[in-house]
Ligand binder design. Structure first.
Ligand SMILES: [Zn+2]
Length: 376
């Protein structure tokens, strides 16, 4: 264990990297996938079960937690780790992105954003200083700078103005974060799909200095090809010796493509959200468990998977409990999906260390192209 936050890069294979982020609450093996625990829970999962899938770190949402149950209440109750019974590292977002996507009656100024809660209509203000305070009250190990980002497509002027505002907010976030050994503050690169703006943003962040760097403003409607096109140059603009985090990504093939382009950390609600709507991610692509083809099928979802859903239950059972709206349906499929995402991450870490990432990637795509097993 360590009392500092640090990152050790162990191996690279092409642009892909593997290493370890050390924190006082434990190590994070990279590339890392972070399950999302929006409201102080990864929906349908106990914390021990999330850890059992191989997750080293969770993401918590500042916007949701500041509204309910509030950061001050979580602080009084001992912080987010104890509150939700998760003792490994937690990364929190800054609230900026979700204010823009969820809150009502937003008003954006140089100081920050004033908005009404989507829960009860109450009025709130978020600024770089308030976001740092909330994330400190939560006890977050990895804190994100407060930023603003337009949905794509957006015109260049809007992207440019927004990026420069975010860089001013990044400097204020750094100042407000203060000196907190063992905790990390990540800056967020913006600039949409404009290469020169991405470069300007990266330079501004590096001048301020952060413990890690996120690529923000992607996975907001631009499509995979455009996202990969941007990552092809965006990651190169960031320091080699600091973790790089791609926010809000993604589907398994998005994750693999991002790792290939030098990303170390990702988060997404997809495995948990899809688990609750009857969608399973497997080596052979997506399986919709609600389909009638599964109702008499005694075979597991994925015979190569070691998760509880695949070792203990048939497709017929998973189909039945989904149709019957039993809670165990979301529990089992969420566990399977989180397990599968972590298997991909572990396989990529191993392949990068061995210098066999290209072969691994070819196998990953071949498995998906094969499609689901034939119906009985
Ligand atoms: Zn499974």
């Amino acid at each position: 264990m360590t009392d500092r936050f640090s990152f050790d890069l162990h191996a690279t294979d092409g642009a892909a990297r593997t290493g370890v982020i050390h924190t006082p609450r434990g190590d994070i093996r990279t590339p890392a996938f972070m399950p999302v625990g929006t409201a102080a829970t990864v929906k349908a999962m106990l914390p021990d079960s999330v850890a059992a899938t191989g997750a080293d770190v969770l993401l918590g949402n500042t916007y949701h937690l500041m509204l309910r149950p509030t950061a001050e209440r979580i602080d009084r109750l001992g912080g987010l780790h104890g509150f939700m019974n998760w003792n490994k590292p937690i990364l929190t977002d800054s609230g900026g992105f979700q204010v823009m996507s969820l809150a009502e009656l937003r008003k954006l100024t140089e100081d920050g954003v004033t908005f009404r809660s989507h829960v009860d209509g109450s009025r709130h203000h978020l600024s770089p200083e308030r976001s740092m305070e909330i994330q400190r009250l939560l006890g977050s190990d990895i804190v994100m700078a407060f930023d603003e980002c337009p949905a794509l497509p957006a015109d260049r002027t809007r992207i440019e103005d927004s990026m420069r505002l975010s860089m001013r907010w990044a400097a204020r976030s750094r100042a407000a974060f203060g000196d907190r050994p063992g905790y990390a503050l990540f800056g967020i690169q913006q600039g949409g799909l404009e290469r020169d703006l991405r470069a300007e943003s990266a330079k501004a962040l590096i001048d301020i200095g952060f413990e890690g760097y996120a690529v923000g403003g992607l996975a907001v409607g631009e499509g995979q090809e455009a996202m990969f096109g941007c990552l092809d140059y965006a990651t190169d603009m960031l320091p080699v010796d600091k973790p790089r985090y791609l926010m809000g990504v993604g589907k398994p093939d998005d994750i693999v493509g991002a790792v290939k382009r030098g990303i170390d950390m990702m988060d997404c609600v997809l495995p948990s959200r899809s688990g609750r709507t009857g969608q399973a991610f497997t080596r052979h692509g997506v399986v919709n468990i609600k389909n009638a083809r599964h109702q008499d099928d005694p075979r597991p979802l994925d015979e190569g998977c070691s998760c509880p859903a695949c070792t203990g239950y048939s497709r017929a059972y998973l189909h039945h409990v989904f149709r019957a709206k039993e809670m165990i349906s979301g529990m089992l499929l969420t566990w399977h999906n989180l397990h599968y995402f972590q298997v991909i991450m572990q396989e990529m870490r191993t392949a990068i260390a061995a210098g066999t990432f290209a072969e691994w990637e070819a196998g990953f795509h071949a498995g998906r192209a094969q499609g689901d097993i034939d119906p009985l």
